[in-house]
Design a protein around this ligand. Structure first.
Ligand code: NZQ
Ligand code: ZN
Length: 385
């Protein structure tokens, strides 16, 4: 096992009818800026319930944080937070709202040019404080509710933001708040969670048994409940399992002490930035292609994945790898998500544009060992057609 630091201070409140706990979680004298997206929280009554559970606080609201949250939109909220001396932020929404709120938390306390907070090389943002924040999760997918990362869009780039000050103080995970999600967003959530897990698991073995078995537990759970939670959106148990898997897949636990890849995410972010394809859909397109191209580098873990996650035991090792990849693709397709670039009208001529974007963004040495060059990214994108 590799050395690691594991730190996670986020308080999780999980379950049905838990919004009333907001009253004890948000300081009684706080000036709260509630942030949200394009209106689903208005339509389904979540925002009203949140406000009802914050008696006595001075409440401000900022709606309109878009999927793939934009720097310019978020800077408008920063102005409100500064003008009104806001001292608590409450994100009510999915990954975009939570990520955007992390940025608002940092930028509101930052004296310099807020573009400095976007750190393409995954450095920590140059800050020494942030407005404390909490979240009410309405879309299980990104794990943003229990990590300190965010992805902010600026001028057709998706840029990471990290800080030790952006772990939410608390996150309320009430699976019933996710019942209103459209099918395609539930599928996105399952796939994003699945890929977060394999980015930290299908690498090379380091004898990290707990991390491997926890990752396998998440993957098997997603396979078990995936179709059910799409077909039966109000099936509480299925949805509760998805919500908890999404949080556990990217809160640092399964990634501690193991190599991590993140190639799928890095190439996927370029596809989203250039063509507007949903984050999770880019991952469903790229993951099978990446494994096809990287079979040798990931051989031991792909065999373990096939055996332990898909129960493929009765054939030779090469076939195990092949069947594991095929079953993964079939799982995504069964959830209603297409897995080829061409399904999204992205043709071969566009591949060079993507390669140029990867080059410009310095994504030239990807993977768990840093050996994945632009040439290999090109091969992956061709395979993904
Ligand atoms: O904006 P509203 O009207 O609220 O609608 C949203 C949005 O259109 C809708 N929605 C959310 N909850 C709903 C609902 N509709 C009905 N009922 C509900 N309960 O869903 C749509 C998508 O929301 P979004 O927040 O964009 O989705 P997701 O949670 O998948 O977040 C994606 C963003 O997270 C980033 C991605 O890059 C992308 O920008 N990521 C963040 C990560 C992190 N912080 O650790 C890691 C991830 O890998 C990812 O990169
Ligand atoms: Zn993701």
């Amino acid at each position: 096992m590799l050395n690691f630091n594991f730190y996670n201070p986020t308080h999780i409140v999980f379950g049905k009818d838990t919004l009333d706990q907001l009253n004890s979680l948000v300081p009684a004298d706080a000036k709260v800026l509630i942030t949200y997206g394009g209106g689903s929280v208005n339509r389904f009554g979540t925002l009203d319930k949140v406000i009802q559970n914050l008696p006595g606080r001075k409440i401000f609201q900022f709606g309109g944080i878009e999927p793939n949250p934009q720097y310019n939109t978020l800077m408008k909220a920063v102005q409100i937070a500064k003008d009104e001396n806001v001292d608590f932020l409450l994100a009510v929404g999915g990954g975009s709202v939570m990520d955007g709120t992390k940025f608002i938390a940092l930028a509101s306390r930052y004296e310099g040019d807020c573009l400095d907070l976007l750190t393409p090389e995954f450095d920590l943002a140059p800050v020494d404080s942030a407005i404390p924040m909490g979240t009410v999760v309405t879309l299980p997918a990104t794990g943003s509710e229990m990590n300190n990362g965010a992805v902010i869009s600026h001028k057709n780039l998706k840029v990471p933001v990290f800080s030790m000050f952006t772990f939410p103080k608390f996150s309320i995970l009430d699976p019933t708040l996710t019942f209103t999600l459209p099918t395609t967003q539930v599928a996105n959530g399952i796939i994003d969670t699945f890929i977060h897990t394999v980015e930290q698991y299908v690498t090379y073995p380091v004898d990290a048994r707990f991390q491997d078995r926890t990752a396998e537990g998440i993957l098997k759970t997603l396979i078990e409940i995936g179709k059910t939670t799409i077909e039966e959106p109000t099936n509480y148990d299925a949805r509760a399992n998805l919500v908890w898997c999404a949080t556990m897949a990217l809160n640092g636990l399964i990634g501690a002490g193991v190599p991590q890849d993140w190639t799928t995410h890095m190439i996927g972010h370029e596809v989203t930035a250039m063509f507007g394809v949903d984050h999770a859909k880019t991952l469903a397109i790229l993951q099978p292609a990446i494994w096809e191209v990287r079979k040798e580098q990931k051989r031991a873990k792909l065999i373990q994945y096939a055996e332990r996650v898909w129960d493929i035991t009765e054939c030779d090792e090469d076939l195990k790898i092949e069947l594991g990849i095929q079953k993964t693709r079939a799982f995504f397709e069964e959830l209603g998500v297409k897995t080829h670039l061409s399904d999204y009208d992205i043709t071969e001529e566009k591949i060079e544009d993507l390669i140029l974007a990867l080059k410009n963004n310095n994504r030239t040495a990807l993977s768990e060992t840093g050996d994945l060059t632009l040439e290999i990214s090109r091969e992956i994108l061709k395979k993904a057609l």
